[in-house]
Design a protein around this ligand. Structure first.
Ligand SMILES: Cc1ncc(COP(=O)(O)O)c(C=O)c1O
Length: 368
């Protein structure tokens, strides 16, 4: 089977893990600090705070901003479900917004229609290695005095107008889940330039205290700590990031060139203001289901786009979320129907990619 996505893990990770074994420090310590510093360098933020995963990082970002029961947070309908569930976890209500047809990121004109006195924040998602329109997000945030939490879980290495995603708003969040551009197995990072928010996020993940080893707790907090093992893998992965990004761009370029003649398979639009990371190479097609089934028969795994939030079974009878008229999410639904992500791992060999290309051409041979 050619996997749609898999991590690039080798002796480099092992070498960093040996440092953990040698040091005997396993919960967060020196290597976690080193990994946080690498994240500060990559993104240019003042603070980078490692968390167990991206979902709790979003939760902490929202709580640090005092967002909770009675507050509404606008999220895109086309995203991984953790975006909305983290809002629910904070006690606030996610309000679903449709996305742009071209970038699949939040439609800011439609977001503006959802704003009411309960709206406290807007949470753009930088989807599939692209960036949300942060010019427009920051414009409406300032017009309506909203907080901005950027879900950059999929955005490691992505830049908008030269600035790393996750650094435009009050707080941004990265994820290092196993399928991400770089991974720690599980892991998240809170990014912020705001000293007070950084201190609050740290306390929230550390049982409500500003340091470890003290047992008088100023605030109520939890345990979302990182581990040195995650940091070790993250350090090795961060060193590989430029090479991973370059390889993924080459994979994308080859798919684009070789499949350009297929009239029924459309490449996704790239906003010229964005320096994307081709985490996944995706296309739009009217035959997504048939194509993915055909490729699976050829032992090639692909991935459909995220199932839109307004259609998720778990939300159908739920009063924890807010959705308007379903028609409002027609773009998210259409994007889901048409989107397909092809094998895009760093580890995809030239020969494997050739097989994917040949099989796709075969599939369309009788259809064009
Ligand atoms: C858009 C988005 N938001 C949030 C998350 C949650 O991150 P994690 O899996 O690290 O909890 C993910 C991915 O997993 C994601 O893709």
């Amino acid at each position: 089977m050619i996997n749609q996505i898999e991590p690039w893990i080798d002796y480099n990770e092992l070498r960093e893990l040996k440092r953990v074994v040698d040091s005997t420090f396993v919960t967060e310590a020196m290597l976690t600090e080193e990994f946080e510093e690498m994240n500060r360098e990559l993104t240019g933020t003042k603070h980078a705070i490692a968390m167990s995963n991206g979902t709790v990082a979003i939760y902490c970002a929202l709580k640090a901003l005092d967002i909770g029961p009675g507050d509404e947070v606008i999220v895109p309908a086309m995203t991984f479900i953790a975006t909305a569930n983290a809002v629910i976890m904070a006690g606030a209500t996610p309000v679903f917004c449709d996305v742009y047809e071209d970038t699949f990121c939040m439609d800011i004109e439609k977001a503006e229609e959802l704003i009411n006195p309960r709206t406290k924040a807007i949470m753009p998602v930088h989807l599939y290695g692209q960036s949300a329109d942060m010019e427009k997000v920051m414009e409406i945030a300032s017009k309506y005095d909203l907080k901005v939490v950027e879900d950059a879980a999929q955005g490691v290495g992505v830049r908008f107008l030269g600035k790393h995603v996750g650094t435009f708003g009050d707080v941004g969040v990265l994820s290092f889940y196993g399928n991400k551009t770089i991974t720690c197995g599980e892991g998240g990072m809170v990014l912020t330039d705001n000293d007070e928010l950084a201190a609050r996020c740290y306390k929230l993940k550390n049982h409500g205290r500003a340091k470890k080893g003290i047992f008088v707790h100023e605030d109520i907090g939890f345990n979302f700590s990182f581990t040195e093992m995650q940091a070790a893998v993250g350090i090795a992965q961060m060193k590989k990031l430029p090479e991973i990004m370059e390889r993924k761009r080459k994979i994308y370029d080859r798919y684009l060139t070789e499949l350009a003649a297929l009239k029924r398979l459309h490449p996704v639009f790239i906003d010229p203001r964005t320096d994307p990371v081709f985490w996944f190479t995706s296309f739009l097609s009217n035959e997504t289901e048939d194509l993915s089934e055909y490729l699976l028969d050829c032992k090639i795994q692909t991935r459909r786009f995220f199932y839109p939030l307004h259609l998720q079974p778990c939300y159908q009878e739920s009063n924890l979320i807010k959705k308007g008229n379903n028609k409002k999410y027609s773009v998210s639904k259409r994007t889901y129907d048409k989107g397909i992500s092809l094998p895009s791992s760093y580890t995809l060999s030239e020969k494997e990619q050739e097989k994917v290309i040949i099989k796709i051409k075969n599939f369309y041979a009788n259809r064009n």
